[in-house]
Write a protein that binds this ligand. Structure first.
Ligand SMILES: Cc1cc2nc3c(=O)[nH]c(=O)nc-3n(C[C@H](O)[C@H](O)[C@H](O)COP(=O)(O)OP(=O)(O)OC[C@H]3O[C@@H](n4cnc5c(N)ncnc54)[C@H](O)[C@@H]3O)c2cc1C
Length: 270
């Protein structure tokens, strides 16, 4: 049994806590908030093997720059005058190549399918209950340019072994009669599913509390200590926490902090 600290109690942190607790480890979740709000509670709840195109794709930079300055966008990164920030943007831009997209597609698809499978596994365990339905996702389009794009992605999805059908307007109307008249068709990804994040997060958190996981809320991790190239403790504004292993699962940390962690070998195991 190991003592494990998870930094970040969003969906990634709580799911990591679930599997680590099931394996018998002593788990503590540290979070700067009280773990009751945020993206993991309010997102759309889609589990989408269909979303296998990486964000770092050609053409994303123009869209991405707009998103980066909008705090409610799916890709918000707080802009700042910081060398590491510009370095990160530069590296991101460098990776938006066709070759990288091709290399990433099978990996993302596999990750999405495995993640979806884990939700089904959690549901089947009957440890806690949550809403889950697999009736697919419709990617609708209202002009021929979008239709061609969706067609291309659907074609690639078929090549990746995903269950997708292209629907014309009449076929789409039968499945979803309330769409606007402008919609001319859709790609129906039957492989996709959805759940209700808020309910999931609350019931999972309760299960974790009832099964020995410790929560330390309103604790912002500000630094960590490494010995022999291994992280041995993390420091918050009030305390220092020691553990055998540390899991850093959230991605909204200050970029300088992330770089520092990388430099000091985060994710290292003893
Ligand atoms: C509008 C919207 C819709 C979305 N729809 C979907 C969807 O349909 N399907 C899908 O798969 N994804 C969707 N997403 C994305 C999804 O919500 C995120 O990928 C997911 O919530 C990320 O979870 P996380 O646990 O990695 O991070 P978070 O939920 O952000 O959790 C990170 C946690 O770390 C804590 N933290 C941060 N810094 C520190 C620190 N220094 N010390 C201690 N704690 C810290 C934060 O307080 C937070 O609780 C959507 C996102 C948005 C915004």
């Amino acid at each position: 049994m190991k003592k494990v600290i998870i930094i970040g109690g969003g969906i990634s942190g709580l799911c990591s806590a679930y599997y680590l607790a099931k394996e018998g480890h002593a788990v503590t979740v540290l979070d700067q908030s009280d773990i009751s709000t945020g993206a993991s509670f309010i997102n759309a709840g889609y589990l989408t093997p269909s979303h296998f195109i990486p964000l770092a794709a050609p053409g994303i930079i123009t869209q991405g720059i707009k998103w980066m300055f909008n705090s409610s966008s799916p890709f918000y990164i707080k802009p700042r005058l910081d060398l590491d920030f510009f370095k990160w943007v530069w590296l991101f831009k460098k990776s938006t190549t066709k070759l990288n997209v091709e290399k990433s597609i099978p990996v993302l698809k596999e990750l999405n399918l495995k993640s979806q499978h884990l939700f089904e596994e959690m549901l089947a365990s009957l440890d806690f209950n949550f809403y889950y339905e697999k009736k697919g996702v419709l990617m609708a389009f209202s002009n021929t340019k979008s239709e061609a794009e969706e067609h291309e992605i659907a074609h690639r999805a078929l090549k990746e072994g995903l269950d997708v059908t292209m629907l014309n307007k009449e076929e789409l109307q039968k499945i979803q009669p309330v769409l606007s008249d402008n919609v001319i068709g859709a790609a129906h990804y039957k492989c996709d599913s959805h759940m209700t994040p808020n309910h999931f997060m609350v019931t999972l958190k309760n299960w974790l509390k009832n099964n020995g996981v410790t929560f330390k809320v309103n604790q912002e991790v500000k630094d960590f200590t490494a010995k022999n190239n291994q992280i041995v403790s993390v420091t918050t504004q009030t305390d220092t926490f020691e553990a055998d292993d540390f899991v850093l699962v959230q991605w909204q940390l200050d970029i300088t902090f992330s770089f520092k962690i990388k430099f000091k070998s985060a994710y290292s195991r003893r």
